[in-house]
Ligand binder design. Structure first.
Ligand code: IPM
Ligand code: MG
Length: 360
């Protein structure tokens, strides 16, 4: 089959890890007889350097014209990078938020699970890890606080900043449907996370999620307050299957969930709209401190490419092959620096890409 893939290497370690994911996709094409046409697009700091803004209409249009987008990471060191001298709406992160909105990518899926081989990297005690955990965070990605009106003003000599948190029922319903659809194919449990003891937006969230749940009698729904959820993630992570939550809570909880796996360098993510189209990126950031050293872990990006094969291109067998290759390489003891432990073989970013590609 022929597909058009937009590649956004981005900033920091982005270009190095996207290069390895492409290497793996090239091998998939060779083995399974597909043909991918790639187009590289600028976003974030890389776009600022060329165009002065983090997201151009050109990038949006080219992304829209593709079957899927594979991204590395965007952003730099806020203390030292000139990008952060710009006003907030012109910084790298604004580009990422902008492309999510422009492509209507309202559903962000962030799986967090513990690889048996990496149990040693999990910071939790063995009795808490138990049989391990395997959850997916379904984060609403184009509404809430990150997209509400904001302003900074001075009133009577006092500086004041306002951010607005708003959700309408349509926004809540479509993300809830995604979560229940995913739960149906997993362990059939949705934990909807909110702050309904305080926020109106959370009270509406709860009501709409309950309405959606009526269409999915086979899925168990529970509600959890976000502060309790933050605690439960380190107290008993095994209880979670699908966590459904709004934009900011999902941002925070997904970082926490990835940390308890001990290997943020391993976690993929997908951002989807109503169609098959999606943007795929690792859950981790651009790690400017190790950029260009050839030591970054490309596995989260490679696993994001596998999600792309599965969700946007309907290439399940190929996605299985990539995921199996990652598991195999870990079993054989190869590790990048971030997941290195005693007795294992240390590999560079490029070597890791080669090892995965060889096993497809
Ligand atoms: C993420 C990131 C972004 C977000 C930032 C870079 C805007 O933290 O993808 O989780 O908050 O969504
Ligand atoms: Mg985040």
């Amino acid at each position: 089959m022929d597909y058009r893939i937009a590649l956004i290497p981005g900033d920091g370690i982005g270009p190095e890890i996207v290069r390895e994911a492409k290497k793996v996709l090239d091998k998939v094409c060779e083995v399974y007889g597909h043909h991918f046409t790639y187009q590289e697009l600028l976003l974030g700091g890389a776009s600022i350097d060329v165009h002065g803004i983090p997201l151009t209409e050109e990038t949006v249009e080219a992304a829209k014209a593709s079957d899927a987008v594979l991204m590395g990471s965007i952003g730099g060191d806020a203390k030292t990078s000139p990008w952060y001298q710009l006003e907030p709406s012109k910084r790298p992160e604004a580009g990422l938020l902008g492309i999510r909105k422009a492509l209507n990518l309202f559903a962000n899926l962030r799986p967090a699970y513990l690889y048996d081989e990496l149990k040693g990297a999990c910071p939790l005690k063995e009795e808490i890890i138990g049989d391990g955990f395997d959850m997916i965070i379904v984060r609403e990605l184009t509404g809430g606080l990150y997209f509400g009106e904001r302003k900074t003003v001075e009133e009577d000599g006092v500086r004041k900043a306002v951010d607005t948190l708003s959700y309408d029922e349509k926004e809540i319903r479509r993300i809830a449907v995604k979560a229940f659809e995913i739960a149906k194919k997993r362990r059939k449990k949705v934990t909807s996370v909110d702050k309904a003891n305080v926020l109106d937006s959370s009270r509406l969230w709860r009501k709409v999620v309950e309405e959606v749940a009526l269409q999915y009698p086979e899925v168990t729904l529970e509600h959890m307050l976000v502060d309790n959820c933050a605690m439960q993630l380190v107290h008993n992570p095994g209880q979670f299957d699908v966590i459904l939550t709004e934009n900011m809570f999902g941002d925070i909880l997904s970082d926490e969930a990835s940390m308890v796996t001990g290997s943020i360098g391993m976690l993929s993510s997908a951002s989807l709209n109503e169609t098959k189209f999606g943007l795929y990126e690792p859950s981790h950031g651009s790690a400017p401190d190790i950029a260009g050293k050839g030591i970054a872990n490309p596995l989260a990006t490679i696993l994001s490419a596998a999600m792309m094969l599965r969700f946007s291109l309907d290439l399940d067998q190929e996605a299985d092959a990539v995921e199996a290759a990652v598991a195999q390489v870990l079993k054989e003891g190869y590790r990048t620096m971030d997941i290195m432990s005693e007795g294992m073989t240390k590999t560079s970013t490029a070597q890791m890409g080669d090892l995965i590609a060889e096993r497809i």
